[in-house]
Ligand binder design. Structure first.
Ligand SMILES: O=C(O)c1ccccc1NCC(=O)[C@H](O)[C@H](O)COP(=O)(O)O
Length: 212
């Protein structure tokens, strides 16, 4: 069975929020998910768990906060889920099935596992994840697409990420029919989230409702 996103509108995730004004922008645009890169100083988008809690407190109900983690201690990921600071955890490092198993003993929270897609084999491997959702990406917020030809049959809900912009998400949604689209660099200007681009992405998604 090819479980593409048939019928239902595609969901939108805006990722890499780090400033109070970024929260204002997503509260105005109302995507389905708002992503925060947590405890990963190599990223200019990284926030501490304390900053995450402060930012998240101002997020509108209905925009679900997602913590993005790179090889984080499962205890911290579980605590943020169990305390309701985040609604989902996105695992964006080298987390394996043992890591997921350990995390499942600590929390019932929903998990997204990210995969870097460099070949058809990578895409096939992603299908085997026991996470609730898989996210297919070009890396870690690189702003670049992976080769979409590597994606064939996807028999589970999946999130498309990497190099998406307000201008190309319609084509992406129509041709690949993912469950959700994830944008970060594509809604930034000079390295910061851009209100107009976030609103344009949300408008593009709304205009697609009923089309894909
Ligand atoms: O954004 C980062 O800096 C980052 C760092 C470490 C792990 C993940 C990270 N980003 C994940 C995302 O922002 C999205 O899931 C996705 O990669 C979108 O990327 P982009 O191509 O920039 O739109």
């Amino acid at each position: 069975m090819c479980d593409k996103n048939t019928g239902a509108a595609v969901r939108l995730k805006i990722c890499g929020l780090s400033r109070p004004c970024d929260i204002d922008y997503v509260n105005e645009a109302h995507p389905d998910f708002a992503g925060f890169v947590v405890n990963y100083p190599k990223s200019r988008r990284s926030v501490t768990p304390q900053q995450l809690a402060q930012l998240r407190a101002h997020l509108d109900e209905g925009v679900l906060p997602v913590g993005v983690f790179v090889n984080e201690a499962p205890e911290l990921v579980a605590k943020l889920l169990n305390d309701g600071i985040i609604s989902l955890a996105q695992l964006h490092g080298d987390e394996d099935e043992n890591y997921l198993k350990r995390l499942r003993t600590l929390t019932d929270g929903r998990l997204i596992q990210a995969f870097t897609i460099r070949s058809e084999k990578d895409a096939k491997l992603a299908m085997q994840s026991t996470a609730d959702y898989i996210l297919l990406d070009n890396g870690k917020g690189t702003g670049e697409r992976f080769d979409w030809r590597f994606i064939r049959e996807i028999s589970r809900p999946w999130i498309l990420a990497g190099g998406l912009t307000p201008e190309n998400i319609r084509q992406a949604a129509e041709s690949l029919r993912p469950w959700a689209l994830d944008l970060s660099s594509g809604v930034e200007t000079d390295g910061y989230k851009d209100r107009a681009k976030i609103l344009a992405a949300a408008a593009a998604i709304r205009n697609m409702a009923g089309i894909i």
